[in-house]
Design a protein around this ligand. Structure first.
Ligand SMILES: C[S@@+](CC[C@H](N)C(=O)[O-])C[C@H]1O[C@@H](n2cnc3c(N)ncnc32)[C@H](O)[C@@H]1O
Length: 202
């Protein structure tokens, strides 16, 4: 994940403000309860961590996992700066993540924000992450989709190492119950339509 190690140096400065509102909506859609355990993957530089920590409260836990050591370093700084508690950060590949190494209760919330368009094998990776979610747990996916790529869409794919032509909600729609998908506010700079998809694990 060498590119994201480099990108981590300017990721927040270039992108944080453009996803703020969508991040708030994703956290709200998780329906966090005091004591919830959230798997935030990929956690990137930890932009979602403050909202997730507030949602789970002091008795909850947030597991932030990412493949890039550089992104995780930024996330660790954010945790320290914000005095966030109940956060465990770990470096792992989403496709093979072994949660037993992190200890604690299995996650009852799965938050995949701008990950499904980036994972090299999204279907298999989602299947693995879904297997880690406790029965009855909720998954929220936020990502970008463009059926055909504009110039900006190509730029987003290039910069993020993404493929926004993927229908990134489809793996969740196939296995979740009470599936819902809605459009999120999107700007031309996002390269396509941002969406939020959510469902429960039976
Ligand atoms: C566009 S960023 C999104 C980060 C964060 N969720 C956010 O909203 O800012 C994509 C992230 O996916 C991570 N990533 C890519 N492939 C991964 C994998 N196989 N396992 C874990 N993380 C991965 C990258 O390191 C990067 O931090």
């Amino acid at each position: 994940m060498a590119w994201y190690d480099v990108f981590s140096a300017f990721y927040d400065a270039s992108l944080e403000r453009h996803y703020r509102e969508q991040r708030v909506q994703a956290t709200a859609a998780l329906d966090l309860q005091p004591g919830s355990v959230v798997l935030d993957l990929p956690c990137g530089t930890g932009q979602s961590l403050p909202g997730l920590c507030a949602g789970v409260g002091p008795s909850g836990r947030v597991l932030g996992v990412d493949l890039s050591a550089g992104m995780l370093r930024q996330a660790q700084r954010r945790v320290e700066r914000g005095g966030l508690t109940g956060v465990t950060l770990a470096r792992a590949d989403a496709a093979t993540l072994d949660l037993s190494a992190l200890g604690g209760a299995p996650p009852d919330r799965l938050h995949i924000f701008l990950g499904m368009s980036v994972f090299p094998n999204p279907a298999a990776t989602f299947e693995h992450l879904w297997s880690l979610l406790a029965p009855g747990g909720r998954c929220v996916i936020v990502d970008c989709h463009a059926e055909t790529l504009s110039f900006q869409g190509r730029m987003v794919n290039l910069l993020a190492g993404a493929d926004i032509r993927r229908r990134s909600w489809a793996p969740l729609e196939a296995v979740g119950v009470a599936f819902e998908r809605r459009a999120l506010p999107s700007l031309p700079l996002h390269g396509g339509q941002l969406f939020l998809a959510t469902a429960l694990k039976p």
